[in-house]
Design a protein around this ligand. Structure first.
Ligand code: ADP
Ligand code: ZN
Length: 222
């Protein structure tokens, strides 16, 4: 089962992918995590990646393709994988096609307003990096980290204007990729955000159950 998962920032993509992976018995491959690891390792490759990652710029295709080819060649990918954060350009998608067939694309659709609400209520601890949410996961004392007493703040890129810009960039990036998979006959399974009865977010487990059901229902192979 070889899957690609697409979704805007704040869609819960990484959260779902990490829970879906053990259900399907395949690894969750987060390109962002792999690139950050490479940077941490201090390798030459890592040094060439670091300026892109720290500036939020896309790492050049040939570098990402090389890193991903290496990762996807490992033993644990024999039975499949869930790709999160790759491909992000048409060139990457074409490279991946040559390397491996994709069975499904999972496409998470979340209204802009929900994303803005979610991300702009996110708070981060200045000292230990713990993540809170003003609405869904508030700290015991306003503005103070439960774990270490550090000050909580809002990341610059989580401010509403910036979130809207991140959504715009994502849409520009995702459209040609979805078009590519549509054109080449890869099944795209769309999921549409639905709030729970009280208007809040449903649990990740519920969403993952839905995804597993949809995959099972779709004339596939497991
Ligand atoms: P974000 O969703 O904020 O981009 P990620 O964790 O997915 O966060 O990625 C972190 C950084 O890693 C990106 O800003 C970019 O520099 C790099 N990166 C991740 N995936 C790719 C990719 N497929 N192609 C090029 N660069 C990537
Ligand atoms: Zn803290």
């Amino acid at each position: 089962m070889r899957l690609v998962i697409f979704g805007p920032p704040g869609s819960g993509k990484g959260t779902y992918a990490s829970r879906l992976a053990p259900r399907l018995g395949v690894p969750h491959i987060s390109t962002g995590d792999i690139l950050r690891e490479e940077v941490k390792s201090g390798s030459e490759l890592g040094r060439s990646i670091s300026s892109y990652v720290s500036n939020g710029k896309l790492v050049p295709d040939e570098v990402v393709n090389r890193v991903m080819e290496k990762r996807l060649s490992q033993e644990d990918c024999k039975r499949g994988f869930i790709l999160d954060g790759y491909p992000r350009t048409l060139q990457q998608a074409l490279f991946l096609d040559r390397f491996s067939k994709i069975d499904f694309v999972i496409n998470l659709n979340v209204p802009d307003e929900v994303i803005v609400r979610r991300l702009s209520s996110r708070l981060v601890c200045r000292r230990c990096g713990a993540i809170y949410n003003r609405i869904t996961l508030p700290p015991r004392v306003e503005g103070v980290c439960d774990k270490c007493g550090g000050e909580l703040y809002q990341r610059d890129d989580d401010k509403p204007e910036v979130v809207r810009e991140r959504i715009r960039i994502y849409k520009n990036e995702a459209a040609p990729l979805l078009e590519h998979y549509r054109r080449t006959g890869v099944a795209i399974i769309d999921f549409f955000y639905e709030p729970d009865e009280s208007g809040g977010d449903v649990s990740p487990e519920t969403v993952v159950d839905r995804i597993v059901k949809a995959l099972k229902g779709s004339s596939c192979c497991f």
